[in-house]
Design a protein around this ligand. Structure first.
Ligand SMILES: [Zn+2]
Ligand SMILES: [Zn+2]
Length: 329
């Protein structure tokens, strides 16, 4: 907490300094061509932009987790789900969750494919790759609840039509937005498939997120991060087309808020949940701004007081398979 405050204070000081130092110069030298600005001034402006986006990301993380805690349909955080007992597939809540997933699957396919197309254009990935992945995603038709999967969803490369859902996970995602995000995540794994169709995109997004956040994003993590980015973007597309009485911020938050954990632990495949949030917002500043800009009434200054930065554990203390939406093979 203390460290964060210090960083925030430094950022404010740097921004204030930048504003103070630019203004008189701009007034005094208003007739000078822009090209004559000194290189140090340019560097300073660049650095300020970086600081602004850092603040945007941090504020969006606070906003998401505040929305989650006030939302009757908020997703359960990953660490809370992990602590719950497994539910039987016949439990009415599980049945309702599976029906919700099955009903939203066509929409999730549509928006996940559209998000991938947008990302491919943005990152310069050949269209044939997304077209081939989209064909695989269109073939997914089944949701299969599985008690033993607990708080995970899993897809198997030799069963390209089915997304398997742990019963705890089905119950932990009561909102349509939360469900669409997880479905889009799993669909992205299935779209990638055994030919690794989407790996060039995974690598580019992983590198960009790493450059922006300083996080080490290697191994399977670029893929998991990209699946989460597709999930968050799919929710945004869904919200634009399906009106609701809930605020845009609350609805956008549902796409990522299962990462609002207290125990911020990681495994060998994923970034920690809070690092995932940070990376998703770093590569989607527009999403971060939309969440900050569209917060509900009770997310003013009080939300900052309520925010408890969690302890960061970097050791892979979590056993593989206990994290949501793994692809095992
Ligand atoms: Zn792959
Ligand atoms: Zn995954």
């Amino acid at each position: 907490m203390k460290k964060r405050r210090t960083v925030a204070a430094l950022v404010l000081a740097a921004v204030a300094l930048a504003l103070c130092s630019v203004r008189p110069e701009a007034l005094a030298q208003s007739r000078r061509p822009v090209a004559r600005r000194s290189s140090s001034a340019v560097e300073h402006a660049h650095e300020s932009t970086g600081l602004f986006s850092y603040m945007t990301v941090e504020r969006a993380m606070i906003a998401v987790c505040t929305e989650r805690s006030n939302d009757p349909l908020g997703s359960a955080p990953i660490d809370v789900m992990q602590a719950r007992p497994s539910m039987d597939v016949d439990d009415p809540e599980v049945v309702a969750g599976a029906e919700r997933a099955q009903r939203l699957l066509p929409l999730a396919k549509k928006y996940a494919i559209a998000s991938l197309r947008g990302l491919a254009t943005e990152y310069g990935v050949p269209a044939w790759r997304v077209n081939a992945a989209a064909a695989r995603m269109q073939a997914v038709t089944q949701i299969e609840p599985d008690m033993d999967l607990r708080d995970n969803a899993i897809v198997y490369s030799d069963d390209a039509r089915t997304i398997y859902f742990g019963t705890i996970f089905l119950i932990g995602l009561p909102s349509e937005e939360g469900m669409i995000s997880v479905l889009a995540h799993e669909l992205t794994h299935l779209g990638d498939g055994p030919r690794d169709l989407l790996h060039p995109l995974f690598d580019l997004i992983g590198k960009r997120a790493s450059n922006l956040t300083g996080l080490e994003i290697t191994g399977r993590r670029p893929e998991e991060l990209t699946c989460d980015v597709v999930g968050a973007r799919s929710v945004r597309s869904y919200i634009e087309r399906a009106p609701s009485n809930d605020t845009v911020a609350r609805r956008l938050a549902r796409g990522v808020e299962h990462n609002c954990v207290t125990e911020d632990e990681t495994d060998e495949y994923h970034l920690s949940p809070r690092s995932t949030l940070r990376a998703v917002f770093a590569v989607n500043p527009a999403l971060a701004r939309a969440i900050i800009g569209g917060t509900s009434d009770d997310t003013g200054s009080t939300s900052i007081k309520r925010y408890q930065p969690s302890r960061v554990t970097t050791s892979p203390s979590r056993a593989a398979g206990t994290h949501p939406h793994h692809r095992l093979r």
